[in-house]
Design a protein around this ligand. Structure first.
Ligand code: GLN
Ligand code: ZN
Length: 749
């Protein structure tokens, strides 16, 4: 029985990759410097995994930016607009664009994780060719010091994740397979015994199209002169895809036994005994220490029925999704810290489990005892379970929505807000200026005291309010200067959450996020946003919109508890947010926005789970927002155009106003909105994702489109999303154009 992983974090212990990339992009450091850092990171990953006792270490899982982009390049998928470029210049142009150059590839979430991959672009008649030796080089590098297993993104998943305008990307499979065959031959002749081939499309609901493509692929790759294939999928059970997987001509299959525990028995029955099974018993997506005794029992169940030499102990998926090491956490509460395992600690768990499986539980008695203790402490800890919170949360349900119908509310709101037709507003954040960043950094370092920091934040609020007054917006915001992140900010203040010092996880390329750890029952200790909101309101006669993050988004962008259903955790957050919404109303705010940016992406991979998820997601939003009077206007915001499939749920939120992304899709969102009762809608007319400043005529055109497809008295005018990544010199003229465009169209009504 061997110990392995499916992939290791790429960013390095101190976000080394981020620093190396950014200094390369700024021209401070050379390509050779960047390569040196990358090679050092790969070496550290290998050494760390080997030192932890792993028998087989993956290679080729590292990437300078994204593994989907790497795979696309390896097989020669390069859109025409980058044809003139080569090497790293082309690589980063595809990843992030160049000033004045071609637009980069689109980015989207990797299955249901918070990692973003680039979306390769295919054309009809697309040709493929093996055009990148990176896999071979990384194999040579890695196999020098021990057994290494190259990792490839499988052809079906690669095509499935690509954009193919007007045709089915899987139609291109036959052209692509010879390239994969070639790559496998090359790796074989370099000495690779095994290759890990990732096909996470297997976690999606079974469908004939994908199944037929997988069958064709692995039949075509079943030739003699290739390495053995370990086929992996993760994030959800194989479910109805198991029959297919069991009969594909591959030598090994990985099972995600954390998110797909239900696969175990059918897999044992169906997958032939001569195949290698990789048992993903350590959660690769969450930060909790593994219950070693339970995992060992699972491994034993398999070992009783299979030849141990054909078993691997593994994490459920690549460790890409967890922070690198607990070693950098010096401020975490020791009890909580003892419950956690980041990537490096998970390596230890995997090695321990394989030792226990080979030599018996006695060989890891000490580790099992510690693990039992952790399990028992976590279950009994008063910081995890708080009966007072639980009793209070139980008292809220669907009936906790205390508001009248939208029509009655709209009448009450018109009376108190007295807004013009086509009211203008923004989504919440204003530019995070150097002053704001410096104040935050100085406060963290201790060179700026709390009073000084608070003053800097108030100054930023005053600046934003004055600017909005001057620009002539109708509903103002305080601008969110105090929030480095819309989830971590709340995680820092709510009971039940812990924030880490260095728990960074790659979001995309050089961008990393530090998700809070949601470990226990949630409650709000004190008001979190009221002070600055009240201050902003004191500076203007116009209504200021309070600004909160919604329960589903907080849940989705945190590491969550694994000891109770997500629904229960979400409700607790909802009650905490409800307390804050009510406090904002009490403090005199007449408008409150509760962002649910992550609602769509939190949708479960498995279709069978979606209705239940949407039920509790909607209920949570309604608990959060349902405690205020009819005259208080509730806004929400979602930043993606693709949600026609959850329109009924969005309608059920019953927010008074929803702002959505629309500019990039040329207002096409309006066609899905029409026919639904979304109350008031603010289709984003200003695309904040681009540094371009839109002009008034263009914005007026978009607003006219909106009032043609939606009743004008229900249309709002606003940007696509928050403005924190933009600069004031762009935001100012863009918002002036937006206000002027709204006035122009208003006059035409
Ligand atoms: N209120 C947040 C902001 O403006 C919303 C961000 C988001 O939708 N991602 O920054
Ligand atoms: Zn947004």
């Amino acid at each position: 029985m061997q110990a392995t992983t499916l992939g290791y974090p790429r960013i390095g212990r101190a976000r080394d990759l981020k620093r190396a990339l950014e200094s390369f992009w700024s021209g401070e450091r050379s390509e050779a410097d960047l390569e040196a850092t990358a090679s050092r990171l790969r070496a550290t990953a290998r050494d760390t995994q080997r030192a932890a006792g792993l028998d087989v270490v993956p290679c080729g899982d590292f990437s300078l930016y994204d593994h989907v982009l790497d795979t696309a390049l390896a097989v020669g998928i390069v859109p025409e607009r980058f044809a003139g470029l080569t090497g790293l210049r082309r690589y980063f142009a595809m990843a992030r664009g160049e000033k004045g150059g071609a637009a980069p590839l689109e980015m989207t979430k990797w299955f249901d994780t918070n990692y973003h991959h680039l979306v390769p672009e295919l054309v009809r008649g697309q040709r493929f060719q093996l055009s990148d030796a990176a896999q071979l080089l990384s194999y040579r590098e890695a196999s020098a010091g021990g057994v290494a297993r190259p990792v490839l993104l499988g052809p079906v998943t690669l095509l499935h994740l690509s954009k193919a305008p007007g045709f089915d990307p899987l139609d291109l499979l036959d052209g692509l397979l010879p390239v994969y065959a070639n790559l496998l031959r090359v790796l074989k002749s370099a000495g690779a015994d095994w290759v890990q081939i990732d096909e996470p499309v297997l976690a999606l609901d079974a469908n004939e199209r994908l199944q037929a493509a997988l069958r064709r692929t692995y039949d075509a790759l079943a030739f003699e002169q290739r390495p053995k294939l370990l086929l992996t999928s993760y994030f959800a059970p194989l479910g109805d895809n198991l029959d297919l997987v069991a009969t594909l001509p591959v030598e090994g299959v990985h099972l995600d036994l954390v998110h797909g525990a239900a696969d175990l028995q059918p897999a044992l029955a169906k997958i032939p005994a001569d195949k290698v099974l990789s048992l993903g018993v350590v959660d690769g997506r969450n930060v909790w220490r593994c219950d070693l005794r339970r995992a060992l029992t699972t491994i034993r169940t398999v070992a009783d029925r299979r030849d141990a030499s054909r078993l691997l102990v593994a994490p459920s998926c690549s460790l890409l999704h967890v922070p690198v090491s607990l070693g950098r956490e010096h401020r975490l509460d020791p009890e909580l810290k003892s419950w956690l395992a980041f990537a490096d600690e998970k390596l230890g768990e995997i090695a321990t489990l394989s030792k226990g499986a080979v030599y018996g539980a006695g060989a890891i008695e000490q580790e099992l005892r510690v693990s039992d203790l952790v399990v028992a402490c976590r279950a009994a800890s008063s910081r995890v379970r708080n009966e007072t919170i639980r009793a209070r949360v139980r008292s809220f349900d669907a009936k906790s929505w205390k508001r009248k119908s939208y029509d009655a509310r709209a009448t009450a709101q018109r009376a108190t807000l007295a807004l013009p037709l086509l009211p203008t507003t923004t989504i919440g954040s204003f530019p995070q200026t150097d002053d704001i960043r410096q104040a935050r950094a100085a406060h963290r370092r201790g060179t700026l005291d709390t009073a000084g920091y608070d003053q800097a934040m108030r100054d930023a609020v005053a600046y934003a309010v004055a600017a909005q007054e001057d620009i002539g917006l109708d509903v103002l915001v305080h601008g969110e200067p105090e929030r480095n992140d819309m989830v971590e900010f709340f995680g820092e203040q709510l009971d039940g959450f812990a924030v880490t010092e260095a728990g960074w996880v790659q979001s995309y390329g050089s961008r990393c996020v530090k998700p809070p750890i949601l470990f226990g029952d949630v409650q709000r200790r004190n008001a979190m946003t009221v002070d600055l909101a009240v201050y902003a309101q004191s500076l203007s006669k116009k209504p200021v919109k309070g600004m909160l993050t919604g329960p589903v988004t907080i849940l989705k962008w945190s590491f969550v508890r694994d000891d109770q259903p997500l629904e229960a955790t979400c409700r607790q957050i909802a009650v905490a947010i409800r307390d804050e919404v009510i406090d904002l109303e009490r403090a005199g705010l007449r408008v409150v926005q509760v962002d649910e940016a992550a609602l769509r992406e939190a949708l479960p991979l498995e279709a069978s789970q979606r209705a239940n998820f949407l039920r509790w997601a909607v209920e949570s939003f309604r608990i959060a927002t349902g405690g205020v009077g009819d005259a208080t206007q509730i806004h929400t915001h979602m930043c993606y155009a693709e949600f026609s499939d959850i329109m009924a749920a969005i309608e059920a939120l019953d927010a008074d106003v929803i702002s959505i992304e629309a500019a990039r899709s040329d207002m096409s969102i309006l066609s899905s909105v029409a026919g639904h009762r979304l109350n008031e809608v603010g289709p984003g007319v200003y695309d904040i994702h681009s540094p371009r400043v839109p002009d008034e005529a263009e914005l007026a055109g978009l607003i006219r489109t909106a009032v043609r497809s939606y009743a004008p008295e229900r249309v709002w005018v606003n940007p696509d999303c928050g403005l924190k990544t933009r600069a004031w010199r762009d935001v100012d003229p863009a918002l002036r154009a937006l206000v002027a465009a709204a006035k122009t169209v208003r006059a035409e009504l």
